[in-house]
Design a binder for this molecule. Structure first.
Ligand code: TTP
Ligand code: MG
Length: 358
């Protein structure tokens, strides 16, 4: 039975999160990166919204060049805590869909769904459900590739961006890759591309047709990889990554609400529930945080580092409720609240540390 692997990659990730937080930026060219300082700025573009890409702006481009290409774009500095929080929320969703997940970067992951789908038809439905949930819960789009291995799934997720879904049937791996330029093959950088170009090898299909000996002669061990990859062969398994050491609880209200008592009640319950988990696990947390999303999707997170690690529900409840208070001054209705307990450590850690000093 062929495996079924999905590769999920968020679209223009940092820029899309910024557009979500600033709905008035939706549909406009947004460039996340260094300060352009009216064209005199140093530093580079982290990413650009698809609207900005139409002007030729892309990741790693000098910000001064991006400014020249589109002076009217919205230039904004990166807000990493915000992207990490969005990334965590997306990864939480992916982990609900499959127990076997490999997070590759802040905005991409592989899922092995061999046990969840029996063919690519089912895989496509599964992928569509993931896209739906990420859009509904996080208001973000992603592109997904489905294939019998990681290499082809990753190439497929990039095939129709943004908001794409590309399925490669088992047996079609080689044919799918063949027309693409060699640069699209994972592991082929500008240097390898240049050497291949000199050999008049421009497409992956052409590369697949080169005898393996010749490639080994030219590239050493990498030659064998190039041969297999160009032929759509990749036996590598997922290197499973596990959730960061934190406990997260989120709730989207049935109806956006301005009922502070209800919000506090939810936060109290989530805090108690999370503390029970800590106690069962004989662990404590050092950092307590909350998340609030308003009706327009603007999202805020706030954290507090405690003087002492704890798993005491009252302490955690008082902290989360305290962090929540300033948000009640806002006139907007609340769409979602969440809590996060982080910097988890074993309960007896402190004792151990004390013993070390004796
Ligand atoms: P990518 O997935 O490479 O790019 P992207 O999500 O912005 O766009 P695409 O739709 O093509 O996937 O990278 C994810 C994030 O990593 C990106 O939003 C910003 C950051 N990043 C940088 O900071 N510098 C870089 O050079 C690249 C490539 C990405
Ligand atoms: Mg991406």
């Amino acid at each position: 039975m062929p495996r079924i692997i999905l590769h999920v990659d968020m679209d223009a990730f940092f820029a899309s999160v910024e557009q979500r937080e600033h709905p008035e930026w939706k549909g406009l060219p947004v460039v996340v990166g260094a300060d352009p300082k009216l064209g005199k700025g140093r530093g580079v573009v982290a990413t650009a919204s698809y609207e900005a890409r139409k002007f030729g702006i892309h990741s790693a481009m000098p910000i001064s060049r991006a400014y020249k290409l589109c002076t009217t774009a919205i230039f904004t500095r990166p807000n990493f805590p915000l992207y990490l929080s969005a990334s965590g929320a997306v990864m939480d969703i992916l982990r609900k869909f499959s127990g076997k997940v490999e997070q590759v970067s802040i905005d991409e992951a592989y899922l092995d769904i061999s046990n969840k789908a029996s063919d690519m038809n089912e895989a496509a439905k599964f992928a569509a459900a993931i896209k739906n949930e990420i859009l509904e819960k996080e208001q973000l789009t992603c592109s997904i590739g489905a294939a019998s291995n990681k290499l082809v799934a990753k190439t497929a997720s990039d095939f129709r961006k943004p908001d794409g879904l590309t399925v490669v049937e088992p047996g079609n791996e080689k044919a799918f890759l063949a027309p693409l330029p060699v640069r699209k093959l994972l592991g082929v950088g500008p240097k390898t591309e240049m050497v291949l170009e000199e050999l008049e090898i421009n497409t992956i299909g052409e590369l697949a047709g080169v005898p393996v000996d010749l490639l080994i002669q030219q590239f050493g061990k990498m030659g064998l990889y190039l041969h297999e990859a160009a032929n759509g062969i990749d036996e590598s398994d997922l290197e499973e990554t596990y959730e960061a050491k934190s406990i997260n609880r989120n709730l989207t209200f049935e109806h956006d609400t301005r009922d502070n008592t209800l919000v506090l009640q939810v936060i109290e319950e989530m805090s108690r529930d999370a503390c029970e988990l800590l106690q069962e696990d004989k662990s404590t947390c050092r950092t307590v945080g909350i998340k609030v999303r308003f009706e327009d999707f603007e999202t805020h997170t706030k954290e507090k580092t405690l003087a002492e690690p704890t798993n005491d529900p009252t302490t955690v409840q008082n902290t989360t409720k305290g962090l929540m208070q300033p948000f009640f001054a806002d006139k907007r209705k609340i769409r979602l609240v969440g809590i996060r307990l982080a910097h988890l450590q074993p309960q007896d850690n402190r004792q151990k540390r004390v013993q070390e000093y004796i």
